[in-house]
Write a protein that binds this ligand. Sequence first.
Ligand code: UDP
Ligand code: MN
Length: 264
Amino acid sequence: KCPNGAESEEARVTRSTLKVEDIYIAVKTTGKFHKTRLALLLETWISKTKAHTFIFTDAEDADLSSAGYNLVQTGCQSDHSQQALSCKMSAEYDGFMASDKRWFCHVDDDNYVNPHTLLSLLQTFPQDADIYVGKPSLDKPITAHELLEGNATFWFATGGAGFCLSRHLAEKMVPWASGSRFEQTSASIRLPDDCTVGFIVEKRLGVSMVHCHLFHSHLENLLLISQRNLPQQVTLSYGIFENKMNSIEVKGSFSKEQDPSRLV
Ligand code: UDP
Ligand code: MN
């Protein structure tokens, strides 16, 4: 179901009236990454999606607020713990639910988003369907060992590659995801925030995730994505993998020393 190539412009226009502004893009970040990671995103893709991009953080930032970004103070802890990250995902979900947007997309602060490729992808789905789309981080489904139910295996989309939920599906998630319930669900299965989303969708609602190869985290070898295909990818990333810098290969005016993330 995840499309292989770009659709013709004509097909794209007639297929759906979905606009890029209808996508609620939630970026998860933390105070210590405002200058080092978030700044790169603000200068690049967020410059095109500012009005419908919401930055979920844990620290005040007068510069960002005065520059008109949608900065959301979550009140969550700033660490990398399961609880802190679930707290932020919960805030992202609640933020979307309170909005008038049609799709919820989560990304990390080390993700590059091609907004129009994201739009093209979401336009390929029926807009009133239950859609959960992203890339699995494992090659087999995960098991929630805390659950006593017979079959507790399910797929989840890795948060580090980004994923999206249609509003129709997000609304059905309310009993397990809204307010304090998201963190409770995460705690009950003892799994991180992104696994919790997969658990609610696949195990509580019986909806299957759409596996899409166009989302990318730094858990995969990013060198394998050739430069020619970059605009067709929905998300990209960078980071340290097996002690080495893992980033996309991009030939531009900046050297790897000047632009190690390759996102600029
Ligand atoms: N993060 C956070 N607090 C931390 C470290 C990370 O909120 O102490 C956020 C970070 O901003 C990012 C996500 O968690 O959006 C994943 O962090 P990172 O890329 O460092 O780790 P990964 O899980 O990808 O290895
Ligand atoms: Mn990361």
